[in-house]
Design a binder for this molecule. Structure first.
Ligand code: CA
Ligand code: CA
Ligand code: CA
Length: 157
């Protein structure tokens, strides 16, 4: 009996180890997420930061993932953070053709899309080619100027 209990506990540990995310990451379903809340970077810098640390700017593929991230970012939000949080979508290559950089998947063709009403609006003379989640738009999707320093969200398997 003791043996079985020990094996069960061991199994629990191994099971947990497989599911564990690296330090500072939050798990949800098959992914680990890290919000860089005290680092602000342009979209391109944020893209590289994520890669250096073995991840990618977040790719949002389902309503379930979106709902989780809205809650996660709301909980993590503190004064001093940027309104926007970079994620991994851009239309920098062809205006209006949004894609997830990590997968190359067309966002326009993706079944799940979650733009805030009126977005993407390519606002301003320089336009907006990088995707972020705006605190004041309840972390729905927005297109933003790529050179604005903002916090960012990385995702890894
Ligand atoms: Ca994802
Ligand atoms: Ca654009
Ligand atoms: Ca916009």
């Amino acid at each position: 009996m003791k043996m079985i209990a020990t094996l069960a506990i061991l199994g629990l540990f191994i099971g947990n180890a497989v599911c564990d995310c690296p330090n500072g990451y939050m798990r949800h379903d098959e992914s680990c997420y890290k919000l860089y809340a005290s680092t602000k970077a342009t979209w391109a810098e944020a893209f590289m930061y994520c890669q250096v640390f073995g991840s990618d700017l977040a790719v949002i593929e389902t309503a379930r993932e979106q709902t989780f991230l809205e809650g996660f970012l709301r909980r993590e939000f503190k004064s001093g953070m940027s309104d926007g949080v970079w994620i991994g979508g851009t239309d920098a290559l062809v205006e209006g053709e949004w894609q997830w950089v990590k997968t190359g998947v067309s966002i326009n063709q993706q079944e799940f899309r979650h733009w805030w009403p009126g977005e993407p609006n390519s606002s301003g003379a320089l336009g907006e080619d990088c995707m972020d989640l705006l605190h004041h738009e309840h972390y729905n999707w927005n297109d933003e100027r790529c050179d604005i320093p903002a916090n960012f969200l990385c995702e890894r398997a």
